[in-house]
Design a protein around this ligand. Structure first.
Ligand code: ADP
Length: 381
């Protein structure tokens, strides 16, 4: 785009130079003949009075002297007028430059004081937008991000408190029941308390992981990875759980699928999460099918289950933290609604996209995500 502000500054200097030059030309055109006239008039007057002081007469009569005086007058006038023009132009220009800077300074002070809804006025955006206009635009974007982060932060604290309350209340209630002798001190009671403590533990682990991925406090080590190997590892890990529940796990990866360029552990984490969810939300006797295909410069992975499905109105929210379609938390081993949020962060951080589709409740769901293909010449280790 080049420097528009620099161009404006340059143009303002040009204006001053042009005014100086025009004034100089005009004044020399007008003043020099007038000055000559005046000096010649003086000269002839003195000649008529008769010669008194021959030395000074000669000096005054000198054409060169007259000319010098005339040019000096013209130059002085040009200097005065162009200084005036410079003062006016620089006043106008610096006011236009300083006003938005002042506004931003005041707004940043108010933002620092916690008023995140502060914005500055953006003058004349568009093609002619100079650096100051761009700065105002970026300033507003920054203020908006700060406002969103602040809103998310307070919402997160509320959500976490809410999530912690349920298991804590159950544990406390059970303990009180035990102490009062209302609940029998048997295996079932201890199991229930243990389950709730486990839920708390999972929630805290998930929160820690979420905060790590959200703040970007982790490093990705991308390299060429074979999707086949990745899927086999996940399959081996979840096999027993699938068998125990009686859900069939099948996969179909086309031969010649290119390697993907990802952090292996993180891609494994996403695939494990989606395959784990598919198992969790698919009743016994159901199926989970994993497939993949090349899609432009990426490989698209699909995890399709024949489970409980997702109502259309929930589809776009399930990647939001703490969002659960079934709010009851009564589900055994029920999750915290953080897994998909983490999966989305990890996929997007690796340059991919993740989304879900479902024909409706009871009709299964399919989760898709893309991973970039490895650059040519890079092969899985
Ligand atoms: P959770 O730990 O609760 O499973 P997730 O973030 O993994 O949290 O998922 C968010 C919500 O999305 C779940 O609570 C569930 O309602 C819905 N969901 C996720 N995967 C599936 C699936 N395969 N079938 C149906 N619903 C699903």
């Amino acid at each position: 785009m080049g420097s528009r502000l620099g161009l404006k500054l340059f143009l303002s200097y040009l204006v001053i130079i042009a005014i100086g030059a025009v004034v100089l030309v005009l004044t020399t055109d007008l003043a020099v003949p007038r000055a000559f006239q005046r000096h010649l008039g003086q000269m002839s007057g003195e000649m008529m009075m008769g010669p008194r002081d021959t030395g000074s007469m000669l000096q005054r009569m000198s054409l060169y002297g007259n000319f010098q005086d005339a040019v000096r007058e013209a130059l002085t006038l040009a200097l005065v007028l162009s200084t005036l023009a410079a003062v006016i132009v620089s006043l106008v220009f610096s006011r236009r430059m300083v006003a938005p800077l002042r506004a931003m300074m005041a707004a940043s002070q108010r933002i620092a004081g916690g008023h995140y809804n502060e914005r500055v006025r953006v003058s004349g955006p568009g093609r002619s937008a100079d650096e100051l206009t761009q700065l105002s635009l970026h300033f507003n974007q920054m203020a908006e991000r700060l406002e969103q982060t602040e809103a998310l932060r307070s919402q997160l604290i509320g959500d976490v408190a809410h999530e912690l309350r349920t298991p804590l209340t159950t544990i406390k209630g059970s303990m009180e029941g035990l102490m009062d002798g209302v609940l029998p001190a048997n295996d079932e009671t201890y199991q229930q308390i243990h389950r709730e403590a486990g839920r708390l533990q999972r929630l805290v682990d998930d929160l820690q992981e979420l905060s790590r991925v959200e703040s970007g406090a982790y490093t990705l080590h991308p390299r060429a990875v074979s999707l086949q190997a990745l899927v086999e590892a996940v399959e081996r890990r979840l096999n027993r759980q699938y068998e125990e529940k009686g859900v069939a796990f099948t996969c179909d990866l086309p031969a010649g699928l290119p390697a993907v360029w990802v952090d292996e552990d993180r891609a494994d984490q996403v695939l494990t999460n989606l395959s784990g969810n598919a198992l969790q939300y698919t009743p016994p006797g159901g199926t989970v099918h994993l497939s993949a295909q090349e899609n432009g410069a990426a490989v698209q992975v699909n995890v399709q289950d024949s489970g409980i499905g997702i109502p259309a109105e929930h589809l776009e929210h399930i990647f939001t933290r703490f969002y659960r379609v079934d709010k009851s938390r009564a589900r055994p081993g029920g999750g915290s609604g953080i897994g998909l949020t983490i999966a989305r962060f990890l996929v997007e951080a690796q340059g991919g996209r993740i989304w879900a589709e479902s024909p409706g409740p009871g009709q299964g769901s399919t989760f898709h995500f893309t991973l970039p293909t490895a650059p040519p010449g890079e092969h899985p280790a």
